[in-house]
Every structure is written in C-alpha cells, then in structure tokens.
Ligand binder design. Structure first.
Ligand code: F3S
Ligand code: F3S
Length: 105
C-alpha cells in the first residue's frame, strides 16, 4: 500500500483524492489517510502531492515509518471504509498525528 506521512498534516492539499481511482484516501481532522486494504497500488497519488507526503510503504523515510501503523490505527478507531466520498470526512486523527504541534502552513 501507499502511505501518507507527516508533510500532509495541516496542509491537506487533497490533490491525491482526485487522482485515486478507487476512492480510498480518507480525510481526518488534520491529515488524510490511505486505506491499506482498498489501495490498489496504482501510485497515481504520489506524484501529485505538492508537499511529497505520499510514499510506497517500503519507501517511507525512516523518520516517518510510524505512519504505517498510525494509518492502521486511524481506520481501526474510525471504522472507515467502502469509499471516502460517501463516508468522510472524519472528526479524528491517529494518535501520532493528533499529538503533533499545530502548523500554520
Ligand atoms: Fe495530503 Fe498531499 Fe494528499 S498534502 S491531502 S497527501 S495531496
Ligand atoms: Fe489510490 Fe494512491 Fe492507492 S491513488 S489506489 S491510494 S496508490
């Protein structure tokens, strides 16, 4: 799967959402999250993000490895799935994202 990491937090450009053919990028309060079971690894989201927040999971920079588990937690708490357009946005974030200092970018 692909994973959205820290650069997305408080930016939420959403260009990735428009590119995804299976609507598996879900919106939280401060960031977006890719549903690992629904992502078909097409990779369309990665090049369109202006802040380079999207990575194939194996290519996640070391400092952001935690975003894989963080994403799993986001979906476990929210019960999201079955299409982002019809189910989101959600009023929560993963513990990792929620704990970050606010950014005004
Ligand atoms: Fe976030 Fe980049 Fe998508 S900022 S919403 S991952 S285009
Ligand atoms: Fe969608 Fe990106 Fe996966 S465009 S299918 S979330 S690789």
């Amino acid at each position: 799967t692909y994973v959205i990491a820290q650069p997305c937090v408080d930016v939420k450009d959403r260009s990735c959402v428009e590119e995804c053919p299976v609507d598996c990028i879900y919106e939280g309060r401060r960031a977006l999250y890719i549903h690992a079971d629904e992502c078909v690894d097409c990779g369309a989201c990665e090049p369109v993000c202006p802040v380079e927040a999207v990575f194939f999971e194996a290519d996640l920079p070391a400092e952001w490895h935690g975003y894989r588990a963080s994403t799993t937690e986001f979906f476990a708490v929210g019960g999201a799935g079955g299409g982002a357009a019809s189910s989101g946005p959600y009023d929560h974030d993963s513990t990792l994202v929620a704990a970050l200092e606010p950014r005004n970018t």
